[in-house]
Ligand binder design. Structure first.
Ligand code: AHR
Length: 498
């Protein structure tokens, strides 16, 4: 077996890892809100109706930022429908998923949930059927002190103090023809610029995300981003990127190479940010906000999965995840960490039931495979991303080009070095970790994620087949560390440097 060597140097630093790359996304879609986080009738519900079992499981992911309320949903959402006494809120047919929205959960409920969970709220405004003024009024509602109309509505709702919502998305996937209110890039740019100006006039401290390309295959890819960023100009703080990936070919090795495409998408979005900064001769650099990402293909585009049929909390895109998918999720996180200088926010889409790490069935809760890599990374996220050089065997993927068998990222936090390794190969991988300027003195802990086969999923009947387990097979020798990764596995370990 050929050894893979991961070469690191503590002086070769990319940037501090922004904790906000461990964010999530909660949309009013399918059973994400109702029957997901909120279900007053559940045996697990607390007095406010939140499902404590779901929240407890979410705590294990320790998400930092939560994007809300959509997604496509937001392009037809009027935030004022979700405030005031719940019994007076309108019951509406919502446009994006053809479902019934009761508005039982709205801004106040979401913000209180976010506070309780330690999430920084990230609100998306409606630039589909909504107006720039409506977006601005939501900022006043959330962030202004009492004394003016919208701030006083918040006070009336029971929140005397401002919520201080810092991150705001200027619409969602406005480049996509499927989006309610989709327009050409230039029109979106002006609409977003007008909203941005009004929103920042209401609160100078907020940060704004320009809605960027939804997928590299769209014909407007990058041109959309450039146009929108140029028009929004200095008011833009981030450019959004979205990516859902899948393995329609049924080829595990090929699918696990998709990380190359994620790397490339980040670098291209960053290139647009840098290009626009240069062209504007501006000191201000917009960063990449990867605010929707996941594996999603089994239920993608199927009419019965995307159309709620006029029901309340319909079952929509409830993807069941395998070990292979979990390794791809690890691949996204490797890529975000390796691009810590460019990606400052990222949101796993979504958190429960809808393409999610958690699934509810009645009062039961299932933890899916993709939960584990996120949890394993998230608990070791603090520090600076280091450059990784991988030397070892690799292969040519038909779709994504050449990759190493072992995918890697590393985070340095003082004398603690966390190393993340994915073995994409169907055979064992021997890995040596060499820190050029330091010696490895010990192992603080390691966890491994693997399973019987690439297709293995957790089910309600057998819920713990794929989960992280403590791992001890790490030898500290000769100033470095050595380990053997089982086929198709993900290892997260923390080493102590001497
Ligand atoms: O996350 C599901 C949907 O995917 C979102 O509503 C939309 O933004 C994206 O297309």
């Amino acid at each position: 077996m050929k050894t893979t060597t991961l070469r690191l140097h503590t002086g070769f630093q990319i940037a501090e890892v922004d904790a906000r790359i461990f964010g999530g996304f909660l949309e009013h879609m399918g059973r994400a809100v109702y029957e997901g986080v909120y279900e007053p009738g559940s045996a697990h519900a607390d007095d406010a109706g939140w499902r404590t079992d779901v929240l407890e499981a979410l705590r294990g992911l320790d998400m930092t930022v939560m994007r809300y309320p959509g997604g496509n949903f937001v392009s037809g959402y009027h935030w004022q429908d979700g405030i005031g006494p719940p019994e007076l809120r309108p019951r509406l047919r919502e446009f994006a998923w053809n479902s019934v929205e009761t508005n039982r959960v709205g801004t106040e409920e979401f913000v209180s949930l976010a506070q309780r969970m330690g999430w920084q709220p990230m609100l998306a405004v409606n630039l589909g059927t909504g107006t720039p003024e409506e977006a601005r009024n939501w900022v006043e509602y959330c962030n202004s002190p009492a004394g003016t109309r919208y701030a006083d509505m918040r006070v009336e709702a029971g929140s005397a103090e401002p919520h201080g919502v810092k991150l705001w998305c200027l619409g969602n996937e406005m480049d996509g023809p499927w989006q309610i209110g989709h327009v050409p890039a230039e029109q979106y740019g002006w609409r977003a610029q007008q909203a941005a100006k009004l929103m920042k006039d209401a609160d100078r401290s907020i940060e704004l995300v320009v809605s960027g390309s939804s997928h590299p295959l769209l014909p407007t890819y990058l041109e959309w981003d450039r146009t929108a960023l140029e028009i929004v100009g200095e008011l833009a703080d981030y450019l959004s990127a979205h990516r859902y990936v899948g393995a329609p070919r049924g080829d595990t090795a090929d699918f696990l190479a998709v990380g190359n495409a994620i790397d490339r998408q980040i670098e291209e979005a960053d290139a647009v940010c840098r290009f626009v900064q240069g062209k504007r001769k501006s000191a201000k650099r917009a960063y990449v906000c990867f605010d929707e990402w996941n594996v999603w293909y089994r239920t993608f585009g199927k009419l019965d999965q995307m159309d709620g049929g006029g029901k309340q909390a319909p079952h929509l895109i409830e993807e069941i995840y395998s070990l292979e998918d979990a390794l791809v999720v690890a691949g996204f996180l490797h890529s975000f960490v390796r691009h810590a200088d460019a990606v400052k926010v990222a949101n796993l889409a979504q958190i429960v039931n809808v393409i999610a790490p958690l699934v509810t069935r009645g009062d039961a809760l299932l933890v899916q495979t993709i939960y584990w890599p996120f949890a394993m990374f998230s608990k070791r996220r603090r520090g600076v991303s280091l450059r990784t050089v991988v030397e070892g065997p690799g292969y040519e993927s038909p779709s994504y080009g050449r990759v190493d068998d072992v995918d890697a990222s590393a985070i340095l936090d003082g004398a603690r070095l966390s190393v993340f390794l994915t073995n994409r190969a169907a055979s064992e991988a021997e890995v040596a970790i060499d820190v050029a300027n330091r010696s490895v003195a010990g192992l603080e802990g390691a966890e491994l994620l693997t399973g019987p086969s690439a297709e293995t999923c957790n089910t309600f009947e057998e819920p713990h087949v794929v989960r992280s387990e403590p791992f001890e097979d790490v030898a500290i020798q000769g100033g470095g560390a050595r380990t053997r990764l089982p086929p198709l596995s993900f290892l997260a370990m923390t080493l102590r440097l001497g």
